[in-house]
Design a binder for this molecule. Structure first.
Ligand SMILES: Cc1cc2nc3c(=O)[nH]c(=O)nc-3n(C[C@H](O)[C@H](O)[C@H](O)COP(=O)(O)OP(=O)(O)OC[C@H]3O[C@@H](n4cnc5c(N)ncnc54)[C@H](O)[C@@H]3O)c2cc1C
Length: 302
């Protein structure tokens, strides 16, 4: 049994499906969209200690269960979406800023190093939590510092990459942490050349990944020295499905949902593929996408 929130800015039973790239999942019991740190603090003052809280970015790495999330979802907006280039050429962005906007703002200002973000449909906060990366770089390599709020103690800290304990598609941040803002290292660059690089990355994605479909990027992390997609492909699992979700024909580490898909279908397919890979190779794949809520006999708590 969890607590309740009585606050004018907090909505109840807000459908979550439209806020994730898989477009599945039930409602959030409580929902807030703070536009400033003052708004955020005001809502947090009303949150009972026993209520689970989850910060949502662009929902491009999350699957909420069909029964939804029995807590408060915070989706930062307003000032958390800002992106600008600072006096020293660093790029400063709010925790909710979309990564493609970060890449494009930097390139237009002649600042190089963040082009890889153009192909990752997440937010700055999600990228720091997940150490998102691609095309030879990752968040750990380009981050100068992140401003992090501890949702429990309400302390705000400026953290360096070392303090964020980055690893492959992970950081030391947990659900009690919210990235408010971050700054990124860049080098001088030529805007037309940087725009060209953005186009190359976008084209590469279109040619190699099932863009424009319902998915959440790579389903599994790559095991050491191997590619999860190649392992799944070698087992002949392209097209393998559960309900209205199938292993992509284009890239076997992307599982693509159809319009009738449920969160349960995604969960079942991830479990089935993982089991087949383990039986055939002994490798236990670790999911990169994150499941939140109740899945059959399992409750996945944030
Ligand atoms: C088509 C496609 C391609 C992708 N390609 C890549 C890729 O190349 N490389 C890669 O690494 N990933 C990739 N992804 C996965 C995903 O985009 C990244 O993991 C991204 O960083 C997630 O950001 P998000 O804002 O969508 O996070 P969400 O899915 O909203 O949340 C993910 C986690 O981050 C937490 N979180 C979100 N915002 C904050 C915040 N402000 N403060 C603290 N925690 C927060 C959430 O609580 C959750 O635990 C891809 C996804 C898709 C759909």
């Amino acid at each position: 049994m969890t607590g309740s929130i009585d606050h004018p800015a907090v909505r109840r039973d807000v459908p979550l499906a439209g806020h994730t790239t898989y477009k599945v999942g039930g409602p959030a019991a409580f929902w807030a969209e703070p536009a400033t740190i003052a708004d955020l603090n005001d809502v947090l003052d009303a949150v009972p200690a026993d209520l689970p809280v989850l910060v949502l970015g662009r929902g491009s790495n999350l699957v909420f269960s069909d029964t939804g999330f029995a807590g408060l979802v915070i989706r930062p907006t307003g000032e958390f979406l800002d992106v600008f280039v600072g006096d020293e050429g660093e790029v400063v962005a709010g925790g909710a800023a979309p990564l493609p906007k970060v890449a494009r703002t930097a390139a237009a200002a002649g600042r190089a190093g963040l082009e890889f973000y153009v192909g990752i449909p997440g937010s700055v906060g999600g990228a720091i939590r997940m150490n998102a990366g691609g095309h030879g770089s990752d968040t750990a390599a380009v981050l100068l510092a992140a401003t992090v709020l501890d949702l429990v103690t309400r302390r705000i800290d400026e953290r360096t990459p070392a303090e964020l304990e980055f690893g492959y598609r992970r950081s030391g941040l947990t659900d009690r942490h919210m990235v408010l803002r971050a700054s990124f290292r860049t080098e001088p660059g030529d805007p037309p050349a940087l725009e060209g690089r953005l186009r190359d990355i976008t084209r590469w994605r279109k040619e190699h990944q099932p863009g424009g479909t319902l998915n959440a990027g790579s389903v599994f992390k790559n095991p050491p020295g191997a590619s999860a997609g190649e392992i799944i492909d070698r087992l002949g699992l392209k097209g393998y499905r559960r309900g209205d979700v199938a292993v992509s024909e284009m890239h076997a580490n992307f599982f693509v949902a159809g319009p009738e898909a449920t969160a349960r279908d995604i969960w079942e397919l991830v479990r089935a593929v993982r089991m087949k890979v383990e039986e055939a190779t002994g490798i236990v794949l670790e999911p990169e996408i994150r499941f939140v809520g109740e899945f059959g006999d399992t409750e996945v708590h944030p």
